[in-house]
Design a protein around this ligand. Structure first.
Ligand SMILES: [Zn+2]
Length: 447
C-alpha cells in the first residue's frame, strides 16, 4: 500500500475516534462494545432486551407526550392495542407528539425525501443519532467496512452539491476517507472520473443507492472495463434492490452486495448478512408485521423506535411490506430475520439528450414546498410531463411556476409540463404509493 494511503487511513481512523468521542462522550468505546454485545447476543437475551426497551419507551411516551397518553391509557398499556402511528398523524398532531420532558432546543429536525415521496417533517434527539450511528458502524462491518478505510459513496442529496455546505462536505469526505459520486445525475464524464479516483484511492467498500450502483456497474460493463480494486463488499441503501441490479454489481465489482434497509424516521431497520438474510436491528427498534400471521402472510411493517425520546415513534407504519422468518441463520447471528421486503418504487426519467435522472431528484426538490400536500410526476414522453398536485390554501401561481420550471431545468426547457390540480392521487392496486412514474423507455431493462 502506498505510504500516503496508509497515512490517510490512520488519520481518518483517528478522526473517526475524535468525532465519536465528541458526539458520544469519552465512554464511546464502551458504548460501541455494548452495541456489539447486544447485537451478537443469543436470541433469548435479544428478546428480553427488546421487552425492557419497549416498556421503557411506552412509559416515557405515556408520561410525557399528550398524543400517546390517551392512546396508551385506552390500550391498558398493551402495546399491541396501541393504534399504529400513521404519517398523517405526524402531519396533523406534531405538537402533541413531542415529549414535554425535552426543550425545543433538543429537537433535531429531519424530513423524509428520496424515495419516500410526500415529505414528512419530524424530530429526533442527539441520543437517537448517536445510537443510530453506533448501529450503522456495527452492521456496515458485516459488509467489510471499517473506521478509516476508504469508501466510494454513490448517493445524492441536494445539500451535498454547491452552496455553503460544499466546503464542509468536502472536509467531511476527507476525514471520513470517502469519495462521493452524485448518484442523481451520473453522466459519463462523472463516471470516468469516479473510476480513475477509484483506482487511485482503492476503496474497500462502496455505499450506494441501488439504482446508482446499477448505473455505474452498467457503465463499466458496457465499456468493457475492469475495476482494479479489491472490494470487501458493497452496501446498498435507500430504495429497492432489484435482483438484476445485485447480479450485475456483484459480477462487475467481484464482491457481494449487502442490502441495508432503513428509513429516515426510525433509522437502520435491517441488514443483510453474509448468508443473504436480512437481520432485524433489535437493539434500536421493535419490528412488527401488520398481518394475521406475520410468518406466512406479508403485511405492512410497523416500527417502534427505542431511542428517540424527544418524539416517540410507536408502531409507526413505515410504508413497506414484509414477512418474518423463524429460521435461525447459518451465519451464526441470532437477530431475527425479515424474510421478505417489498419496498417503495422510484422511477427513472430520461431526458432528450439521454441523461438519466433518478426520481428521488424530484422528491428531494419538491419537499417542503408551501401549497403542495401531495404530488405525482408522470413522464408521458420525452416532450411531455404531467404533474398532479393535491394543493392546500397556500398554493399560488408562483408555486405552479416554480414546479414547472424545476421540472424543465431537469428534463429540458422544451418539455411541456401540464399541471393537474386534483383532489386526491389514488393508490395503485399494489397499495404502494408512486410519486414518480416514467412511461419513457429508459433504455434499461424492465425499469
Ligand atoms: Zn445471517
Amino acid at each position: 500500500m502506498p505510504i500516503h494511503h496508509f497515512a490517510k487511513r490512520l488519520l481518518s481512523k483517528s478522526a473517526w475516534r475524535a468525532y465519536n468521542i465528541y458526539r458520544k462522550g469519552l465512554d464511546y468505546n464502551a458504548q460501541f462494545s455494548r452495541t456489539v454485545e447486544i447485537l451478537n447476543a443469543p436470541r433469548e437475551t435479544i428478546i428480553a432486551f427488546q421487552m425492557e426497551s419497549l416498556e421503557r419507551i411506552l412509559q416515557h411516551a405515556y408520561h410525557t407526550t399528550p398524543y400517546y397518553r390517551e392512546l396508551i391509557r385506552a390500550a391498558h398499556f398493551d402495546i399491541y392495542r396501541v393504534p399504529p402511528l400513521e404519517k398523517q398523524d405526524i402531519r396533523e398532531q406534531l405538537d402533541r407528539l413531542y415529549s414535554t420532558a425535552y426543550t425545543w432546543k433538543q429537537r433535531i429536525q429531519n424530513t423524509t425525501g428520496g424515495s419516500t415521496g410526500t415529505p414528512l417533517t419530524f424530530y429526533q434527539d442527539r441520543n437517537y443519532w448517536n445510537q443510530r450511528n453506533l448501529s450503522v458502524y456495527y452492521f456496515d462491518q458485516w459488509a467489510g467496512w471499517n473506521f478509516g478505510e476508504p469508501q466510494l459513496v454513490i448517493c445524492g442529496s441536494l445539500a451535498d452539491f454547491g452552496g455553503g455546505e460544499h466546503r464542509k462536505h468536502r472536509f467531511n469526505n476527507f476525514w471520513r476517507n470517502q469519495y462521493w459520486l452524485n448518484g442523481f445525475q451520473l453522466t459519463d464524464p462523472a463516471m470516468w472520473a469516479a473510476l480513475d479516483k477509484m483506482h487511485q484511492d482503492q476503496p474497500q467498500t462502496i455505499l450506494a443507492y441501488p439504482f446508482s450502483l446499477y448505473q455505474f456497474a452498467k457503465f463499466i460493463f458496457e465499456n468493457g472495463l475492469t475495476p482494479f480494486c479489491k472490494f470487501k463488499g458493497i452496501i446498498t441503501s435507500g430504495e429497492m434492490l432489484h435482483p438484476h441490479y445485485r447480479a450485475l454489481a456483484e459480477y462487475v465489482f467481484k464482491t457481494k452486495v449487502y442490502n441495508r434497509y432503513g428509513s429516515r424516521e426510525v433509522g437502520l431497520i435491517a441488514m443483510e448478512c453474509a448468508e443473504g438474510r436480512m437481520h432485524i436491528n433489535c437493539r434500536d427498534l421493535y419490528l412488527e408485521i401488520d398481518s394475521p400471521d406475520p410468518y406466512t402472510e406479508p403485511g405492512e411493517i410497523l416500527i417502534t423506535q427505542f431511542n428517540n425520546y424527544v418524539m416517540p415513534f410507536i408502531r409507526y407504519r413505515v410504508g413497506d411490506v414484509g414477512l418474518l422468518s423463524d429460521e435461525m441463520c447459518p451465519c451464526g447471528n441470532d437477530l431475527p430475520i425479515l424474510a421478505e421486503l417489498l419496498g417503495r418504487t422510484t422511477a427513472t426519467f430520461r431526458t432528450r439528450n439521454g441523461t438519466l435522472i433518478h426520481g428521488s431528484y424530484f422528491t428531494e426538490q419538491f419537499h417542503d414546498i408551501d401549497g403542495v400536500t401531495q404530488f405525482q410526476i408522470i413522464q408521458e414522453s420525452l416532450r411531455h410531463c404531467v404533474l398532479k398536485v393535491v394543493r392546500d390554501e397556500k398554493w399560488t401561481e408562483t408555486t405552479r411556476y416554480y414546479l414547472v420550471q424545476s421540472i424543465q431545468e431537469a428534463l429540458g426547457t422544451m418539455v411541456v409540463v401540464t399541471v393537474e390540480l386534483v383532489d386526491e392521487i389514488p393508490l395503485p392496486p399494489s397499495g404502494k404509493r408512486e410519486y414518480t412514474i416514467s412511461k419513457v423507455d429508459s433504455d434499461i431493462d424492465d425499469l
